[in-house]
Ligand binder design. Structure first.
Ligand code: ATP
Length: 242
């Protein structure tokens, strides 16, 4: 079966700093992959290379069997970057409408689609307010709603739940699980280790390499610890000894 994301021996340096050292990473339909690693490990860089925002120095990086950027794939992809790229002097509704048009969504039923995605992130009440007055968490929620527009087959979410309250975080994860069950593929990075328990597979990026890549349960067994947070800490301690 074709992968939704396929990275093979991808290397990427910034100047003399080798950020990614021949990493392999795949994501399939019906799967949530959690990419975790210490701050500065290269998680966003890996995503940027996969999506063609950055160019790999070597190796293969494909989305749906094609090299990015590729305009044809825009409608199949929901991407939420680490920093919000929103128009502050527009309302949430106007932002959603703008990005929906960019993605080529049909005008018919657009209002319903905007309502659907804003309800998932509990932003319905703030839909007609200007983004300039939004809190950080509200901006994250709006960015997530934008990524969900059009129910894309592939979702790439860089730290989607930063600044989001626990109850809504739970609601968002329920939605991600529902999408996964329907056959979507989801790549998510997170610093919240209890969220890493909610993914199907964890890829642990440290020292420029994927040092572990398995289900949370299997990793906990392999490392002989009860949680992914403990796996992370143990792996980090081992990495520092090297
Ligand atoms: N455009 C760039 N130019 C130079 N260095 C960069 C660039 N982008 C990233 N880096 C460097 O590459 C390394 C990896 O950064 P990246 O943002 O991918 O890490 P991350 O794992 O996503 O971190 P965090 O969890 O803090 O978001 C960092 O040392 C960063 O400073």
């Amino acid at each position: 079966m074709a992968y939704m994301i396929e990275m093979e021996k991808v290397a990427k340096s910034f100047g003399k700093q080798k950020v990614l050292k021949d990493i392999d990473l795949t994501l399939s339909r019906h799967e949530i992959l959690g990419l975790i690693g210490p701050s500065g490990a290269g998680k966003s860089t890996a995503i940027n290379v996969a999506l063609g925002v950055d160019q790999a120095d070597s190796g293969k990086a494909e989305v749906l069997g094609k090299q990015m950027p590729n305009r044809e794939l825009l409608g199949d992809l929901g991407y939420m970057a680490q920093s919000d790229a929103l128009y502050e002097d527009l309302t949430a509704y106007e932002n959603l409408k703008f990005f929906a048009e960019m993605k080529g969504l049909a005008k018919d039923g657009l209002d319903d689609e905007i309502k659907r995605v804003s309800n998932i992130v509990n932003l319905g009440d703030a839909l007609y307010k200007y983004v300039a007055g939004f809190s950080g968490g509200m901006k994250r929620r709006l960015s997530l709603a934008i990524a969900l527009l059009g129910n894309p087959e592939l979702l790439v979410l860089d730290e989607p739940t930063v600044g989001i309250d626990p109850a809504l975080r739970r609601q968002i994860w329920a939605e991600l699980h529902k999408m996964r069950d329907e056959g979507h593929a989801i790549l998510v990075t997170t610093h919240v280790m209890d969220e890493a328990e909610l993914v199907d597979r964890v890829a642990l990026l440290m020292g420029g390499k994927i040092i572990a890549n398995d289900s949370p349960k299997k990793l906990e067994e392999d490392y002989g610890v009860p949680t992914i947070e403990d796996v992370f800490l143990k792996a980090e301690a081992e990495e520092e000894k090297k």
